[in-house]
Design a protein around this ligand. Structure first.
Ligand code: ADP
Length: 244
């Protein structure tokens, strides 16, 4: 197992948002998390990367055991060094070009020589067909292009796992496909991914496993065929029925 959390709990004030979540990801898996808005999916993802501090729970990541409520600084650095996150609103540096945004993590996160990092970023832009945008600032790019840069920035780090937090939900519908295509290619290349999304066709076609999440808990988890076509739980049936 690459990553697992056990009994993860998270409260905001008096409200318990994660109610003892057991969740794991194997190397090479594409786990897609679906479920109603407000059920805690984003909070779960943010806890996996220590963007939120859990109230209880343990994590095992690359054989390192971590107390989620009291992580050591070194544990937080370790997890961040070997994982990457793609955000709903891209979170690009506004005052840096596309190429510089992609190079940023290599230079400041991994200590790579600046010239080498910029070359890697340039090659990545070429392979994405975005070479013409290398020197554009985020404000000069479409939302779809910005998110593709956001994904490239994560990919060049060669992380063990990439966490995607609703990567297409801020995009105009006609731009969603280009971002999902990049994600599909990454999945086919064997990248381990955890994806929170409302894009059900992506979930059906690309996921190796679906996790249905509701009210701070995993309700059920299984292959796309099992969860979409033969859901075990009534709550899953209701959620999928409401989408149809
Ligand atoms: P989902 O991703 O499934 O839509 P979220 O994880 O974003 O759900 O949110 C779960 C619940 O936690 C929601 O009720 C949301 O309002 C609440 N929440 C999320 N972040 C915060 C925060 N920083 N402070 C207070 N409440 C929050």
């Amino acid at each position: 197992m690459l990553l697992s959390v056990k009994k993860l709990e998270k409260r905001f004030g008096k409200r318990t948002v994660l109610k003892g979540v057991d969740f794991s990801v194997d190397q090479g898996e594409v786990v897609v998390i679906i479920g109603p808005s407000g059920s805690g999916k984003t909070t779960l993802l943010r806890n996996l990367n220590f963007l939120e501090n859990a109230d209880a729970g343990t994590m095992n990541f690359k054989d390192r055991q971590i107390d989620l409520a009291h992580p050591k600084k070194d544990d937080v650095h370790f997890v961040r060094r070997h994982s990457a996150m793609v955000f709903q609103n891209y979170n690009l540096f506004k005052n840096k070009t596309a190429q510089e945004n992609i190079a940023e993590g290599l230079i400041y996160g991994q200590g790579m020589d600046k010239r080498q990092a910029l070359t890697i970023a340039s090659d990545e832009l070429k392979s994405l067909g975005l070479a013409a945008q290398a020197n554009h600032y985020p404000s000069q790019l479409s939302g779809g292009q910005q998110q593709r840069i956001g994904i490239a920035r994560a990919t060049v780090l060669k992380p063990d796992v990439i966490l995607f937090d609703e990567p297409t939900s801020a995009l105009d519908p006609e731009l969603v496909g280009t971002v999902l295509d990049d994600m599909r290619r990454l999945a086919q290349a064997g990248q381990t991914m955890v994806v929170v999304t409302h894009q059900m066709s992506f979930a059906k076609n690309v996921a190796s496993r679906i996790v249905f999440f509701d009210d701070g808990q995993i309700v059920e988890s299984g292959s796309p065929d099992q969860v979409f076509n033969h859901p075990r739980e009534e709550r899953t049936r209701q959620f999928l029925g409401a989408l149809a």
